[in-house]
Design a protein around this ligand. Structure first.
Ligand SMILES: Cc1cc2nc3c(=O)[nH]c(=O)nc-3n(C[C@H](O)[C@H](O)[C@H](O)COP(=O)(O)O)c2cc1C
Length: 319
């Protein structure tokens, strides 16, 4: 996919309506990723059939309302309407799932509705103490293979950073037909209210300090797999952050928290500031500086692999 610029509006409530997506195009975004349809929503259609056969009409009403509000038809319509509202930028559909056997056929409908690509946000929280990490990797690959068989538009895998072997994992995803990866999804987080002694939701937005892991893995993966396009995500809040990600090897960046906090004006401001920086550093295209500081190109690339604080801590001890 060729984008007019590397700023993508990430999947979230920001992209849940077609008219909003038209506005992102007007603001200058390079692409939009639609709010995810959740696997449970796709399956709700099946539940409806089951509820129809049940003895509980109230349950049927409930499921019918749920499907009406959240169902797959609405999602296909969101794709069609967003395509109509966005004349030049790609519209990327998104499915949030943890298996594919029950919904993979729906991917073909997403393609037919006109989506330019499909982002798969795969995750399940494995809490089983007997589980085998190779099984987890096989699980991701099998979802990708199932969907790949059904569609020909690009598939983008959006993954979290909780893997012990990120480059090998991305390599495997590429082998099974992923066209790009998003590094990284940022999951919903719990917190604890110590006054009420209850579990509560942590603030939903990222902090700029979260960019470090995104940069590290973008640089390492792009150094190891230069043909795998990466959209850097989590902690990209400023135009400088976007440039850092591209220097590390990202082809694009996804923006979410900063757009929630500061609104659509962020996009034209970032575009102007990146263009100014390119002018004074004498780059004519993003491609000229993309990956200049990846693991395979940076002079001091070992910084990406340094994980322990030994020297820093010993020279700044305060207690
Ligand atoms: C309110 C909210 C809703 C989100 N909804 C989705 C979603 O439906 N699908 C998805 O893949 N990511 C979703 N995300 C994650 C974002 O797309 C993004 O990966 C994450 O916020 C990290 O990027 P940031 O640091 O720019 O916020 C959501 C994030 C927020 C804050």
């Amino acid at each position: 996919m060729k984008l007019r610029n590397p700023l993508i509006v990430g999947s979230s409530g920001l992209t849940s309506k077609a008219d909003k997506n038209g506005k992102w195009e007007e603001a200058g975004a390079g692409a939009v990723v639609l709010k995810s349809l959740f696997e449970e929503q796709i399956e709700a259609q099946g539940d409806l059939l089951m509820a129809g056969a049940s003895d509980y009409p109230e349950a049927e009403d409930y499921v019918r309302a749920y499907v009406r509000a959240n169902g797959r038809e609405e999602y296909l319509q969101l794709i069609r309407d967003s395509k109509a509202a966005c004349h030049v930028i790609p519209v990327i559909a998104s499915v949030n799932c943890y298996r594919a056997d029950t919904w993979a056929d729906f991917a073909a409908e997403i393609e037919r509705a006109g989506a330019d690509a499909l982002e798969l946000n795969v995750f399940y929280l494995d809490t089983d103490i007997h589980s085998d990490s190779r099984e987890v990797l096989r699980h991701y690959s099998s979802i990708l293979k199932d969907v790949r068989r059904r569609i020909s538009i690009p598939i983008i895998m959006k993954i979290g950073k909780g893997f012990s072997t990120i480059p090998a994992f991305v390599n495997r995803l590429q082998g099974f037909g992923a066209n790009a990866v998003v590094l990284f999804n940022r999951y919903y987080r719990p917190d604890i209210d110590i006054e009420r002694c209850r579990i509560v939701a942590a603030p939903p937005f990222s902090d700029p300090s979260e960019l470090g892991d995104t940069l590290r893995w973008t640089a390492i993966v792009s150094g190891a797999l230069p043909d795998m396009p990466i959209a850097a995500s989590t902690g990209v809040h400023t135009w400088q952050d976007a440039i850092k990600c591209i220097l590390a090897g990202a082809s694009a960046v996804q923006l979410c928290s900063t757009l929630y906090k500061h609104g659509a004006k962020v996009i034209p401001e970032m575009i102007t500031q990146i263009a100014d920086w390119m002018e004074h550093t004498k780059y004519e295209s993003v491609e000229e500086f993309r990956g200049r500081l990846s693991l395979s190109n940076a002079a001091d690339a070992s910084m990406y692999e340094r994980t322990q604080f030994m020297k820093y801590i010993s020279s700044r001890e305060t207690i």
